[in-house]
Design a protein around this ligand. Structure first.
Ligand code: DON
Length: 583
């Protein structure tokens, strides 16, 4: 009963699916959901909150693609229009992102995908990078045992890339179109080029020095300067690399000329990835992490990502409260902070690659959530034991959400971890610095300020712990209600959690849920990060009085799809841009 009352808006929207009129056109909406259920509740944001209503929203009865690049979204839509399914569209979009969105879309990184197929079969694919065979626990420490910056930039920072193997495995197992078909648009975009838009121009310009250091010959630079707004961004070397993948599959990347180029760059720049490492790379099919939250089921990324387990643990703790405090209230923000602080402490202590560590299964049980809840003081912030340097939010990850006409859904997040950390001359793509996601020195913070333990120490062949959280929420009829995920390092988890809770608990429409201000806490550093301008000054004062150390900052960016009466609604986070569109 209680659940029905709290969630009637979202459930009503899902239940109304049977009433959908056929044939309405995909279109951009100027406002909230096209078919707003009477039960949806409009939140109130501070008058000066910078994210306005109604941007980057699309609706369609026949499916939806949402990604951080309009050109890549168009590729996914093209696949759906040709009769491809959500997997075809997601894979084609991801390959296109490697061309049109090189700050995060990639061939040289890795990621996770969660798939729901109508008829009830679910799957998760872990295509996370792996530590090369020559990796050692202390490889980033100097002779006196101090942590160096070698995990951040250059060939030694790279794990064995997983994206190409992962995308091809997804296509082979669950796609319907040919490899050539799904790669053709990415090849075309690399070959013909795209116009540099303001977001690309900004990210190239911001990374000018790093690009000059790591990728002097890359197509992102012209005469040593980043391509400016409006320039044609043509990538002939990347086009040839993609053509080899289209022709030969995984062997076109993990063996032959591309592998030779990667290994040559390792030798030149002091990296350790070998031909054997590349040939041995395998994506891993795993069971998704499953959770249930107030009657909704969810599927999310399993370890080696922490995303799914931490999300489920946090939701379980929130569910111990019959009703959450109102959105934007002191009590609500305090509760998020206390929950996130505790679930991150578990993450950082217990989670790691399941091939190397035994992960306690209790973490995602309702009984454990009750224990965690009993440690929360609703009146005071609990100090995390020690302080570390502040974490940051990254922008070098990208999430895409796709659903097709039949209700097959894919949530996928991929990353190179850091901006343009290393480059493969001759092959036209960037490698990752995902080795920094390990605890390079357990107890010391990584680039996101995460203080992690032995469970995530470096070992050969091990996958570094991730926070990526591609997630599919299923309504009571068993069909997808929400497809979401985010970028933002550890803030991925907090951002994904809040968009979900905004919809499921606070009754927000997806556009409101996405633009609503967010908060983050990761235990250490012991700070409550909040989006500046998003919360009333009095609320922030009260939080300070409760013992919180506040710090303004971004909290994840998302591209999400939701089932609404009339079809599907796609929303892209206006914190960064991109596009949602239906076929
Ligand atoms: O896997 C992880 O948790 C990180 N490598 C994600 C990095 C990230 O999100 C950076 N940018 N948005």
């Amino acid at each position: 009963m209680r659940i029905d009352r709290a969630l009637r808006g979202a459930i009503a929207a899902a239940a109304a699916l049977g009433l959908f009129a056929a044939g309405c056109q995909s279109r951009r909406s100027g406002g909230g959901p096209v078919s707003r259920d009477a039960e949806w509740r409009s939140p109130t944001f501070p008058a000066d909150w910078r994210l306005r209503e109604g941007q980057s929203v699309a609706t369609s009865p026949r499916g939806m693609v949402a990604s951080s690049s309009a050109a890549a979204t168009a590729v996914g839509v093209e696949m759906l229009r040709r009769g491809g399914n959500a997997v075809d569209a997601a894979v084609a979009t991801a390959f296109a992102l490697a061309v049109t969105y090189p700050e995060a879309g990639n061939l040289g990184g890795g990621g996770y995908a969660v798939v729901h197929l109508t008829g009830g079969s679910d799957a998760a694919l872990d295509f996370r990078e792996t530590a090369p065979a020559a990796a050692t626990r202390d490889m980033y420490l100097d002779a006196s045992g101090r942590l160096t910056s070698a995990s951040l930039e250059g060939p030694l920072a790279a794990g064995v890339p997983g994206s190409v193997g992962g995308l091809l495995a997804l296509l082979e197992r669950h796609g319907t179109l040919s490899r050539a078909d799904v790669l053709a648009p990415a090849i075309r975009l690399a070959h013909d080029g795209i116009a540099v838009d303001s977001a690309l121009a900004r990210s190239f310009a911001e990374q000018r020095d790093r690009l000059r250091r790591q990728a002097p010959g890359s197509a992102l630079l012209s005469n040593g300067e980043p391509l400016p707004l409006g320039a044609r961004f043509v990538q002939p070397e990347l086009a040839r690399t993609l053509e080899r993948i289209a022709a030969e599959g995984a062997d076109g990347f993990y063996r032959g000329p591309t592998a030779d180029a990667i290994v040559a760059e390792m030798r030149r720049g002091g990296g350790i990835i070998t031909h054997d490492d590349l040939a041995a790379y395998r994506p891993l099919w795993r069971e998704p992490v499953r959770g249930d939250y107030r009657g909704f089921r969810l599927l999310s990324a399993p370890p080696s990502s922490s995303g799914g387990m931490v999300l489920v643990e946090a939701l379980n703790v929130l569910e111990t409260f019959e009703r959450l405090p109102p959105f934007g209230s002191t009590a609500g923000i305090h509760l998020y902070a206390q929950v996130l602080q505790r679930v991150f402490a578990d993450r950082n202590e217990f989670l790691g690659d399941p091939a190397f560590v035994q992960i306690p299964s209790r973490l995602t049980t309702k009984a454990y959530a009750r224990r965690v809840r009993s440690t929360i003081d609703l009146a005071r912030a609990t100090p995390t034991a020690a302080l570390a340097r502040p974490g940051r939010e990254g922008t070098e990850t990208t999430h895409l959400s796709v659903v097709d006409e039949r209700g097959n859904a894919v949530a996928m997040t991929t990353t190179t971890n850091g901006f343009f950390p290393a480059y493969v001359p001759g092959a036209g793509f960037f490698l990752n610095n995902t080795m920094d996601d390990f605890a390079a020195q357990p107890g010391q913070p990584n680039m996101f300020g995460l203080v992690q333990g032995e469970a995530n120490a470096i070992a050969p062949g091990k996958r570094p712990l991730s926070a990526m959280t591609p997630t599919i929420v299923l309504a009571r009829d068993g069909a997808p209600l929400l497809i979401l995920g985010a970028r933002g390092g550890p803030r991925i988890i907090s951002g994904t959690l809040q968009v979900m809770v905004h919809v499921l608990d606070h009754g927000m429409s997806l556009p409101d849920a996405m633009r609503a201000p967010r908060v983050h806490h990761q235990g250490l550093p012991d700070t409550l990060v909040h989006e500046a301008g998003g919360f009333a000054a009095g609320v922030l004062d009260s939080l300070r009085a409760m013992g919180h150390r506040l710090e303004p900052g971004g909290v994840g960016m998302s591209a999400a799809v939701m089932r609404v009466p009339g079809g599907w609604q796609g929303v892209v986070d206006t914190r960064r841009g991109g596009a949602a569109a239906g076929p």
